[in-house]
Design a protein around this ligand. Structure first.
Ligand SMILES: *Cc1c(COP(=O)(O)O)cnc(C)c1O
Length: 402
């Protein structure tokens, strides 16, 4: 609990001591800090610890960035949701209205087309708006596991190389991320994504089903174009690592379905939208802690999964003339610990879930759009208006003006 120890200032401890409230920014993370990192502080001053789940500026991320979707919402439930996001819940009444579901589909198509044009103008990259847009947009960080996403893409790439005629839902994997200039591993992963993308692009037959795009210079302006165009939102951090996430909420309010771990606010998204309307996979936070206590061995997963072995062999051979053996080593033999964010442990579960997602999209677009509608209807809780009101009521003890 020391603020100063061994000549270093412990910033987290200083923050807790200096603050009258401590917020974990999602239910899961608020519980984790009480049980683990700040346990002693929690025992000492339990009244400081609270939870206010994060929210987003929905007038930016819905009204401003997706006027087409707002027109549909206005027609169905009126414009009141702009001031009171809880009113989005009324949209759920339309879950079986085929005209509304069809309009939802058309709006997504328009936003995908707009994004494809933007991406081409900005960096000359070609995107087919008929493909499923599978998007991971967030800072590049090992715990966020862009690498797990890549391991799955390589899995599909291997399958298509072995049989280019394999029936597969055509997909465009869009990455948008930036990283600190000195973050060595992040830059390695960016290089892997870009070289993999280039490699796939060289084979037109495979490229028709599998396209990978790395958007340069990710920022809010780009994000406002990307969120409305996304169909699948990648929220695949190692459980226990993402405090809340807010990108997850921006995708949700624009009708993307989420593939995610039970981490941060994903947990509350699943509760509010219904577990059948979100694709949850992988280890849970308590299972991750348990495995660390017993000793994690990524090579056990390598030894028992022949597909995973092929993926790592392919990394070593490399893409576009460049070997990524260092990343294979990071996953298998890295020190002080191999695969510190357990990509290998969650690989199988992630691939199986991705296959379910592609099947649903390819075979039952109506049910897909139903799930999309239910996500939009459940997203009102994640408005910043609600979060700020909780801060005002429970932390700042402010009264609103009449
Ligand atoms: C919302 C947002 C983030 C945060 O995204 P997470 O997925 O929650 O990490 C980061 N960068 C930009 C530009 C954003 O708009």
């Amino acid at each position: 609990m020391a603020i100063i120890s061994y000549n270093t200032i412990r910033m987290a401890n200083l923050s807790v001591v200096g603050s009258h409230n401590v917020n974990g920014v999602s239910k899961l993370h608020s519980d984790i800090i009480k049980k683990s990192i700040f346990k002693d502080f929690y025992d000492y001053t339990p009244e400081k610890f609270t939870n206010v789940t994060n929210g987003i500026a929905h007038r930016r991320w819905l009204n401003q960035s997706n006027p087409e979707l707002c027109e549909l919402l206005d027609d169905c439930i009126g414009a009141g949701y702009a001031k009171d996001a809880a009113k989005l819940a009324e949209f759920k009444k339309f879950e079986n209205d085929e005209t509304v579901l069809k309009r939802l589909d058309e709006i997504k198509r328009i936003k995908k087309q707009q994004f494809a044009e933007y991406a081409f103008k900005k960096q000359g990259v070609k995107i087919d708006p008929e493909t499923l847009f599978d998007v991971q947009a967030k800072r590049l960080h090992e715990y966020k596991r862009q690498l797990l996403n890549v391991l799955h893409i390589i899995t599909d790439y291997i399958a298509l190389k072995e049989n280019p005629d394999l029936p597969m839902q055509p997909k465009t994997y869009i990455f948008a991320a930036k990283a600190a200039a000195g973050y060595y591993m992040a830059k390695k992963i960016i290089k892997l994504i870009c070289f993999l993308a280039e490699d796939i692009r060289k084979d037109p037959k495979i490229n028709a089903k599998l396209n990978v795009v790395y958007m340069e210079d990710y920022n809010v302006t780009m994000s406002e174009m990307l969120m409305p165009a996304s169909e699948l939102s990648e929220q695949i951090s190692l459980a226990g690592k993402e405090a809340s996430g807010t990108g997850n909420m921006k995708f949700m309010i624009n009708g993307a379905l989420t593939v995610g771990t039970l981490d941060g606010a994903n947990v509350e998204m699943a509760e509010l939208a219904g577990e059948e309307n979100i694709f949850i996979f992988g280890l849970k936070a308590d299972e991750v802690s348990q495995i660390w206590r017993n000793g994690y061995s990524s090579s056990a997963y390598y030894n028992k999964d022949s597909m995973l072995r092929k993926v790592l062999e392919t990394l070593i051979v490399g893409f576009n003339g460049e070997s990524f053996a260092d990343i294979a080593n990071y996953l298998l033999t890295g020190s002080p610990v191999a695969d510190p964010y357990m990509c290998m442990a969650d690989y199988d579960s992630y691939v199986l879930t991705q296959n379910r997602i592609s099947d649903l999209y390819a075979n039952d677009k109506l049910v897909w759009n139903q799930k999309s509608l239910r996500n939009i209807a459940a997203a009102g809780y994640f408005a910043a208006d609600r979060a700020i009101k909780e801060y005002a009521d429970n932390i700042w003890h402010l009264k609103s003006l009449k």
